[in-house]
Design a protein around this ligand. Structure first.
Ligand code: TRP
Length: 457
């Protein structure tokens, strides 16, 4: 049964809204992907561009998604059908649906890895080894056949279960307690990392930009990372905002979510890079960077296994609140637009994603040499979503909200019908109409080699 407007669930409280949205934003993107992207893209220069992208592209798109979602009270495809009679705009929603599928297809693999590390910490097999040994252990595990797949399936099962128990009970309650705890443990690990011998080399790497490192691929990577980390560009936050109530302060929520998400990414950098240099790990190690660095940090701590267990458990929870948000996008769409029960919708999504996730997991092992355009299946899903689909979706969302939507309607929604001020509304609309779409287009064209504005820098 389709819910009527009145019975459509909403998030329970202001704090609940923040936690659920922050829960979507904070995840493996901040703690696993951000450090490894930064490490492979030259360090501090990447951070700088990342921050610019988050502020000038991510935040405006987030606010636009909030507007679209709350105004329409629909899923990511339905929202456009309600707001824009011109059907072609729902392409943004379809692009998002597909992106959600693909993202889950690789995200669940890494999420599964976090469970393996919880398990290893619990059973005492993480232990005190050299950096090289941790690396070998990791590569033996990730290239294995059954073990990583089992953890991934378990993770898909958890996500499925929470999606089934509904928005308020499932999503909101699970975000509320554990996010603050993750924050505390992150700070403690930053302190440990900063007091390691040679920590300053890592801090320099993270904060002292070398501008000669900036090239087209760094720009595209930083932009993609900003969209990915903030959960924008594919309608995830349209779906969440459709559960916001009329009093939710959209501007403030967007600011808070962007600020917290960025802070967590920077903290993750402070936790990882001093340790990377202190233990002589290559910052360019790639997907495994966090998984080979952190065990070294834990082995230097009293009660290291306990810390490790806590940390990876919290990371798993952070990943879970993100996978829930991605799963919800597709489930809500199937349920509301295709008129099938929520239960059945969720089953379809979980099964479809399982196929992709198994292939992704195998691409670290037996399917390693099975590449498309030089990318493994895992890397392909990551590339297509973060570097193409999210920025493309973000660009269309800016164009839609900036050009197609009447500015009074937009302003009314973002100011809760004039009850809260929006001092920079004109600047905001200018960003949406001109700056953001042009910047995204230029970064695309630059990467494709059609324009090369970096040469002239
Ligand atoms: N932002 C999440 C993370 O950092 C991942 C995520 C959740 C996401 N929902 C999304 C990414 C929607 C892109 C779009 O881990």
């Amino acid at each position: 049964m389709l819910q009527t407007e009145e019975s459509r669930p909403t998030f329970g409280s202001r704090l609940g809204i923040i936690f659920a949205t922050v829960g979507s934003a904070i995840g493996l993107g901040n703690i696993w992907r951000f450090p490894y992207m930064l490490g492979s893209n030259g360090g501090a220069a990447f951070l700088l561009i990342y921050l610019l992208c988050a502020l000038l592209l991510g935040l405006p798109v987030m606010m636009a998604e909030f507007y679209i979602g709350r105004h329409s009270k629909r899923n990511a495809v339905g929202a456009f059908k309600v707001i824009a009679p011109d059907k072609k705009w729902s392409i943004i929603g379809y692009n998002g649906m597909l992106a959600a599928f693909f993202i889950l297809g690789f995200y669940f693999v890494i999420a599964g890895w976090t469970l393996e590390y919880v398990f290893q910490a619990l059973t005492g097999s993480l232990g005190d080894k050299s950096a090289a040994e941790f690396r070998v252990e990791f590569s033996n595990f990730s290239s294995g056949l059954f073990r990583p797949i089992l953890w991934t399936l378990l993770f898909i099962g958890f996500t499925h279960y929470i999606i089934m128990t509904g928005v308020k009970n499932g999503i909101e309650r699970s975000s509320k307690f554990l996010m603050p705890l993750l924050f505390v443990i992150l700070i403690a690990l930053c302190i440990r990392s900063l007091t390691l011998p040679g920590a300053m080399t890592g801090i320099d790497f993270l904060f002292k930009p070398d501008f000669s490192k900036i090239n087209s691929s760094v720009l595209l990577s930083a932009m993609g990372q900003a969209f990915f980390s903030l959960s924008v560009g594919m309608g995830c936050l349209i779906t969440y905002a459709s559960y916001f109530d009329v009093k939710t302060h959209l501007q403030r929520t967007a600011f808070e979510v962007t600020a917290i998400d960025t802070l967590v990414a920077v903290l993750a950098g402070i936790m990882i890079f001093p340790a990377v240099f202190s233990f002589g790990i290559e910052p360019t190690a790639g997907v495994e960077l966090v998984f080979i660095t952190l065990p070294n940090v834990f082995s230097q701590l009293p009660l290291g296994a306990l810390w490790a267990c806590f940390f990876f458990l919290l990371l798993a929870v952070a990943a879970l609140t993100s996978t829930i948000s991605l799963h919800e996008v597709v489930t809500a769409y199937l349920h509301e637009e295709r008129y099938i029960t929520r239960k059945r919708a969720a089953v379809y999504v979980s099964l479809g994603v399982t196929v992709l996730a198994v292939l992704s997991s195998l691409s670290f092992g037996i399917m390693k040499n099975f590449t498309f355009f030089g990318l493994t299946f895992f890397d392909l899903l990551d590339y297509v979503t973060t570097k193409l689909m999210l920025p493309f979706g973000g660009m269309l969302i800016c164009i839609f909200t900036g050009w197609y939507i009447d500015k009074n309607v937009l302003k009314a929604e973002l100011t809760n019908r004039g009850t809260v001020p929006f001092y920079l509304f004109r600047l905001y609309r200018f960003l949406l109409k001109y700056i953001a779409p042009v910047a995204i287009a230029l970064i695309f064209l630059n990467e494709l080699g059609f324009v090369n504005f970096l040469k002239s820098l």
